[in-house]
Design a protein around this ligand. Structure first.
Ligand code: ADP
Ligand code: MG
Length: 660
């Protein structure tokens, strides 16, 4: 046998551990432990309660570090290993069995057993098969789907033994494994440990019970933090028997060769999503309440943007439907105490001569009472010339528009809007040729205008009647000045220039008094778009605030989760999770929370949108808004989940394990 073979697996030299310090006097729990354990040994550490056995086990299992002294694992100084290497040791070299079983309550027996293999990066199929085989070997084949609370104490302890063996379990550290069990189950567990020892596993059994300790080949007694007796002195320990035992040299080699698999992320991710979903489901009411912030945030962004965009498009359509090169000229009071200015037909004639003006049409109109048979109706009646269809881009669908001859002779003819046709003349198959009364004056219907509301969304624009300007002046409203003047600019791209020219001419015609007002559709569309944009911005701010509140909700849930599941975090660390595995898990949970919140928000938004569409509100959902809101929710999860996740990852394994 070479010298290397005799290197102990575990070699403790002068290990001390004290608690307290600072303002409190330090308590020495371990006071200089020298101990060597070789491959293939079955050792019992026995001692009264409070003698420091568990503290020693935590140090042996690399869950805790000694205050002073040296721990050589397979000849390697543990003090020099980083937290990833320690996690590797816990995962690959050790298997823990605790008095209180320490199973994860929300996972099934199978899932609990598989956990160490997830952190080891074992492929799923291999993991499932191995866990099933171990559970079968320990007589739990029919209990794989049970959760810990559905198992007896003895069964739970067997699950925890299976978990300890999942990655090989070369060194089984069992802290009072029978302490919580009845005699029969306790005996079963002891038989199992016996078997494992004879198969070559190192078994380190910790107990306060001398009878239990007597099953081991070597019994070490500890009292008050010191070894008081050892049935085998380290130097006269015979060469390890049992060809199955993994020698120190092999473990050391593996430690040196260890690869930090990151290929495990997929398995861990699925595990994390699974765990996250379970926790969310168990606490669904609490989760739902806390997620309201995100749900409302996302839903409001999406709905508000959709409504904003919808009404913007509607207004644009309304205005665009009348042509964006149209200018309107009205009389306007320069200040509240003076009467509004009057646009005269002389003004119109002068403006018509401007090169920037293509067409100009005065309108002499007013709301008027209409009657057909015994049906009464009120609509806008405008006297205007034959430019009407061209200026307003508004064709006639039945009959025809009145002519220049009608205009010259002030003929009592009318072209009616779609709405007038549909309300006043709805019982008439062919309205053309029918007589209607406008302000008790009979007018003959010669044409029906196309439906404007269909393209503009403004049904009121169809509630109008067009008659010749001369007829309106002579027969209806008297020979007065135009109510307003519609002007088509020669070039739709030079509306601004036309506006300036008209303004200049009007100022000179009206003695430099701005007692008129010029408006145009393009400007109105722009102004409308601007107000819509400010509105969207404001709504966006509201949404941002609710997302912030939602984020704080996520943080709150995550902090609670970390607190409630501190023990679970400790268990995961004991089975070999690295800090980054814990960080990843809790971050995944936070993101998952926000994803669920975000998706619920989008679903809610679509629902509200549906209701709005049914109630005839213009909405236009944009994919960009949906994605944007969802991404915001996602980012919220990452940002607000990070702090709690890091807190979880930085927990001390022993403190986490012993938390209640
Ligand atoms: P055993 O497992 O042998 O019953 P422990 O190792 O659990 O004993 O504890 C040994 C002593 O160390 C006890 O007196 C206990 O009060 C003390 N102790 C253990 N953990 C801590 C701690 N985190 N802080 C202070 N004292 C501790
Ligand atoms: Mg103890």
């Amino acid at each position: 046998m070479g010298v290397e073979v005799q290197t102990p697996l575990i070699d403790l030299k002068g290990i001390r551990k004290s608690y307290g310090g600072g303002d409190k006097p330090p308590v020495d729990v371990l006071r200089g432990i020298d101990l060597a354990i070789h491959a293939g040994e079955f050792v019992a550490i026995v001692g009264a309660s409070g003698s420091g056995k568990s503290t020693l086990m935590n140090i042996l299992g690399c869950l805790d570090r000694p205050t002073s002294g040296q721990y050589l694992f397979a000849g390697e100084n543990v003090a020099g290993l980083d937290s990833d290497a320690l996690a590797w040791l816990r995962r690959e070299a050790f298997g823990f069995v605790f008095q209180g079983y320490h199973l994860i309550p929300s996972g099934s027996a199978q899932e609990n057993v598989e956990m160490p293999a997830i952190y080891a990066g074992t492929p799923a199929a291999e993991r499932h098969a191995r866990a099933a085989a171990l559970l079968d070997r320990l007589g739990l084949a029919s209990r794989t789907a049970n959760r810990p609370h559905q198992l007896s104490g003895g069964q739970q302890q067997r699950v925890s033994i299976a978990r300890a063996l999942m990655n090989g379990g070369h060194i089984i550290l069992a802290d009072e494994p029978t302490g919580a069990l009845d005699t029969h189950s306790g005996a079963e567990v002891m038989t199992l440990l016996d078997e494992l020892a004879s198969q070559g596993h190192v078994v380190i059994l910790i107990t306060h019970d001398r009878q239990v300790a007597a099953r081991a080949k070597r019994v070490i007694e500890i009292s008050d933090g010191e070894i008081v007796s050892d049935t085998a002195a380290a130097d006269d320990w015979p060469q390890p028997q049992g060809g199955n035992a993994l020698q120190a040299v092999d473990l050391r080699q593996r430690l040196a060769d260890r690869i930090e698999h990151n290929g495990a992320w997929k398995g861990e991710m699925i595990d994390a999503i699974h765990a996250a979903w379970r926790v969310m489901w168990i606490n669904r009411f609490r989760t739902a309440l806390t997620l309201l912030g995100i749900v409302i945030g996302v839903a409001s962004v999406v709905v508000m943007l959709a409504v904003g965009e919808g009404s913007k498009r509607q207004v644009m359509a309304q205005m665009g439907a009348f042509g964006s090169n149209i200018l309107y000229l009205n009389g306007h009071a320069p200040n509240p105490r003076t009467p509004p200015g009057i646009i005269t037909l002389e003004d119109v004639a002068a403006l018509a001569a401007l090169p920037q003006v293509k067409r100009i049409m005065p309108v002499n109109g007013s709301d008027a009472g209409i009657r057909f048979g015994n049906v009464d109706h009120k609509s806008y009646v405008g006297g205007n010339d034959t430019h009407f269809p061209a200026i307003f881009n508004w064709p006639v669908v039945e009959g025809s528009y009145f002519t220049e001859a009608d205009e010259r002779s002030a003929a009592a003819v009318a072209v009616i809007g779609k709405k007038v046709r549909d309300t006043l003349l709805k019982d008439v198959a062919n309205p053309i040729g029918q007589y209607i009364l406008i302000e008790n004056v009979p007018f003959q219907v010669v044409g029906v205008l196309a439906e404007k509301g269909a393209s503009s969304g403004d049904q009121d624009s169809d509630d109008r009647i067009a008659v010749p300007y001369s007829a309106a002046s002579i027969r209806l409203f008297g020979n007065r000045n135009p109510e307003y003047v519609a002007i088509a600019a020669s070039d739709a791209r030079k509306v601004k220039e036309a506006e300036q020219a008209i303004d200049q001419l009007m100022m000179s015609l009206h003695g430099n008094k701005r007692d008129f007002e010029l408006t145009n559709n393009a400007a109105m569309i722009q102004a409308e778009a601007r107000t819509q944009n400010t509105l969207s911005l404001m709504l966006g701010a509201i949404a941002a605030i609710s997302l912030l509140v939602g984020g704080i909700g996520v943080m709150n849930i995550m902090l609670m989760t970390v607190r409630e599941r501190t023990r679970e975090i400790g268990i995961r660390m004991a089975t070999g999770a690295r800090q980054r595995d814990i960080l990843r898990q809790f971050l995944t949970e936070a993101v998952m929370l926000s994803v669920v919140g975000g998706l619920t928000g989008i679903a809610l938004a679509l629902l509200i949108g549906g209701v709005l569409i049914v109630s005839k509100v213009a909405v236009a959902f944009s994919l960009a808004a949906v994605f944007g809101a969802f991404t915001c929710a996602l980012i919220t999860g990452v940002v607000f989940g990070f702090m709690p996740a890091r807190k979880a990852a930085r927990l001390d394994p022993v403190a986490a394990l012993t938390s209640v």
